[in-house]
Design a protein around this ligand. Structure first.
Ligand code: ADP
Length: 151
């Protein structure tokens, strides 16, 4: 059984995140979507609501678990017997940041980081862009996934 953790702030969980999670489910038997507490980013949506939003999307799918976590992602992964961390890559900027994280996690654990490249038409979608639209009164619903609806 291959278990992976997909960690993130998910503030909010976007169509880009959903695409990465759905594709990771083709590779892994179980996916734990881990909503991280970030003291530097208090967040637009509360942690509990983020967990609920994502859990609702995957309600009825026994391969997906959604949990909030604090602390190191590798510790969370070990707790779930997960050998893998999944992350998405959009652009070069993501790559530099993600490589640093992956190198650090490889240095302190045996957990392998697996990258999935953003779907071309979703590569521009980000939580910060969605937050910006909402804060300025725009309807950002098309960037927020709905259950049983194609992305
Ligand atoms: P973090 O604060 O940990 O970077 P995010 O919620 O911003 O968390 O992102 C979680 C993961 O999803 C990251 O690996 C990020 O690169 C990836 N991601 C975010 N948006 C997209 C997208 N549109 N397509 C593919 N991957 C994405």
């Amino acid at each position: 059984m291959r278990t992976a953790v997909f960690p993130g702030s998910f503030d909010p969980f976007t169509t880009g995140h959903k695409d990465i999670a759905d594709r990771a489910l083709k590779v892994f038997d179980t996916l734990v979507i881990a909503v991280g507490y970030n003291i530097n980013k208090p967040g637009m949506v509360s942690i509990d609501d983020r967990v609920k939003q994502i859990a609702d999307l995957y309600d009825g799918n026994p391969k997906v678990k959604v949990e909030a976590y604090a602390g190191l992602t590798v510790d969370f992964a070990k707790k779930h017997n997960a050998g893998f961390i999944v992350r998405g890559l959009r652009e070069v900027k993501d790559f530099e940041y993600e490589r640093n994280l992956a190198d650090t996690n490889a240095a302190i654990s045996d957990i392998e980081t697996v990258f999935l490249i953003a779907r071309p038409d979703l590569g521009f979608v980000s939580s910060s862009m969605v937050r910006e639209l909402i804060a300025n009164g725009y309807d950002a619903s098309r960037f927020l996934p709905k259950k049983h609806q194609a992305l």
